[in-house]
Design a protein around this ligand. Structure first.
Ligand SMILES: [Ca+2]
Ligand SMILES: [Ca+2]
Length: 142
């Protein structure tokens, strides 16, 4: 599994999948994006995003791809202003195959920064054993 992004300010992309909500990926600019590469095509079910700043609404699009080139938008949303403590927000969609999960941030209600503490992709790895337990959808970005 790997992760890369359109850029960063020193808060590097890897911080978005280190299972630590204290660390974050940050990049300034409308349309900043980050991609998680799961290493192989899996059945994707939902994406949790823990936003760095929960006192503003983030405008975002989640897209998935099997080849890292051709993406399909699967979720367009606005995060909720919750106030502290920071908690993951779950975005569900119909199960679909994918290897690359891209989150594009089109700014937020305060400025043009993208700042994400954690991205958790959930789904099924499609191994024979896991196909038996269809309802068991572990985090793939762990
Ligand atoms: Ca995680
Ligand atoms: Ca983190």
């Amino acid at each position: 599994m790997s992760v890369y992004a359109s850029g960063d300010d020193g808060n590097v992309p890897a911080n978005a999948i280190d299972n630590n909500v204290i660390t974050r990926w940050s990049c300034n600019g409308i349309g900043s994006w980050i991609v998680t590469d799961l290493g192989q095509v899996k059945r994707l079910s939902s994406v949790d995003i823990t936003w760095y700043n929960v006192n503003r609404s983030n405008y975002f699009v989640i897209a998935v791809s099997s080849d890292g080139i051709n993406y399909i938008d699967i979720y367009t949303g606005t995060s909720i202003i919750t106030g502290l403590p920071t908690a993951p927000e779950q975005y569900n969609f119909d199960d679909r195959p994918g290897r690359y999960v891209r989150v594009t941030v089109n700014g937020n209600s305060d400025n043009s920064w993208a700042s994400i503490s954690e991205i958790d992709v959930y789904g099924i790895a499609l191994s024979p054993l896991q196909r038996i337990f269809r309802d068991w959808k572990p985090e793939l970005t762990r």
